[in-house]
Design a protein around this ligand. Structure first.
Ligand SMILES: NC(=O)c1ccc[n+]([C@@H]2O[C@H](COP(=O)([O-])OP(=O)(O)OC[C@H]3O[C@@H](n4cnc5c(N)ncnc54)[C@H](OP(=O)(O)O)[C@@H]3O)[C@@H](O)[C@H]2O)c1
Length: 341
């Protein structure tokens, strides 16, 4: 089996390399990024080629490609990879809302990935864990509306931004415990709106992604959903507070009973105090989403509105692991924790 990763040197690409060794240990791996280089990872050196090599005559054909590039470069390379015979899982925003392309959360709607399908879009890193928690509740109680406030880690913005954040954080607190010299709009020492590409609706692109992708995955185009996304000064781990309204009245105990059932890649943590629910905890269990803190919404007149918390590792469960589980629909994997269905 010939597998390639485009964007292998980035944060998501680096997570894919050990996952692919778990999933398809016999596969030949071909790594690509912006230029020819060597990637040092986990005590090994990997040769990486310039992605432009794939555009040349005689470029290697293959079976499976993971694309972890920005939107512009995804749009450039995904068609070429398909021409070369690869089945592609794309992690960018480029194809997510394209009606021709399945948008898939493994464990929720991976059944739509069949042999005919050669391109699948991987949802945003907040959408994936949210859907894993919401899907079983929707099945039991019906879904009327959602509201989410996210507290998102800096690694969601890529390697260069994460490295700059770490350097600025170390410098900004040195000798100044209030961090008075931090930039008021920067990520270091700060909490800021996720405000890229805010449009006339007043919602940022990150907020629109969560709302529109969720509606597509659930097959509920009119789903009433309001998202508020924020960046917090944490390296890895996205935290989401969810207000959920069901069609049917229910109770905290019944919701907890559903979440405690056997749902793929979802771990329920009992108790309203939220023990075990933190960005740091998800770095210990990187391939599952956590859900807990189930409470009644105190504004609720009729037993249909509740609050809960969802947390996951944005680089693994929210990106690389979901992509590998999608591809496991086409190519069965050696590691059962990565297999769907
Ligand atoms: N980070 C997350 O939590 C997360 C979660 C879900 C989805 N995503 C999505 O996944 C994608 C990758 O994100 P990331 O965080 O891994 O980004 P990243 O750390 O910034 O890595 C970007 C990758 O793109 C490569 N690249 C840059 N310019 C290129 C060019 N001209 N030709 C070919 N390759 C080029 C880089 O290679 P060089 O090292 O050679 O520059 C690097 O491998 C993005 O679409 C992002 O939105 C990210």
């Amino acid at each position: 089996m010939e597998i390639c990763i485009l964007g292998a040197t980035g944060l998501v690409g680096r997570e894919l390399i050990p996952l692919l060794a778990r999933a398809w240990p016999q596969a030949n791996l071909h790594l690509f990024a912006s230029r020819d280089q060597t990637l040092e990872l986990g005590g090994r050196s990997y040769p990486v080629g310039a992605a432009t090599r794939l555009e040349q005559d005689g470029a290697p054909r293959g079976d499976l490609a993971f694309v972890a590039l920005d939107d512009t470069h995804s749009a450039r390379y995904v068609p070429r990879l398909r021409e070369l015979g690869y089945r592609v899982v794309d992690k960018s925003n480029t194809y997510r809302l394209n009606p021709e392309v399945p948008l898939v959360v493994a464990g929720v709607n991976d059944g739509i990935v069949d042999e005919q399908c050669t391109l699948v879009a991987n949802p945003n890193c907040t959408t994936i864990p949210l859907m894993l928690a919401v899907a079983p509740l929707r099945q039991k109680f019906g879904l009327a509306s959602l509201a989410v406030a996210s507290y998102q880690a800096i690694s969601g913005a890529g390697l260069a931004t994460l490295d700059r954040f770490i350097a600025n954080s170390l410098a900004g607190y040195a000798g100044d415990r209030l961090g008075t010299a931090f930039e008021a709009t920067g990520y270091a020492g700060n909490t800021v709106p996720h405000n890229g590409k805010t449009d006339a609706s007043g919602y940022s692109s990150e907020e629109r992604k969560m709302m529109l992708e969720s509606a597509k995955i659930l097959g509920m185009p009119g789903l009433p959903f309001s998202a508020q996304c924020v960046r917090v000064p944490v390296a890895v781990g996205h935290y989401e507070q969810v207000w959920i309204e069901f069609e049917e009245a229910t109770t905290v105990a019944d919701i907890e009973a559903v979440l405690a059932g056997n749902h793929p890649f979802l771990r329920f943590l009992p108790g309203a105090e939220g023990a075990g629910l933190s960005a740091r905890h998800c770095l210990q269990v990187r391939d599952e989403a956590f859900v807990g803190r189930v409470r009644s919404d105190l504004r609720d007149p009729d037993g249909r509105r509740f609050c809960l918390t969802v947390v996951a590792d944005n680089l693994r469960l929210g990106a690389a692991t979901n992509a590998v589980r999608i591809a496991a629909r086409w190519f069965p994997v050696a590691d059962p924790t990565l297999q769907v269905g």
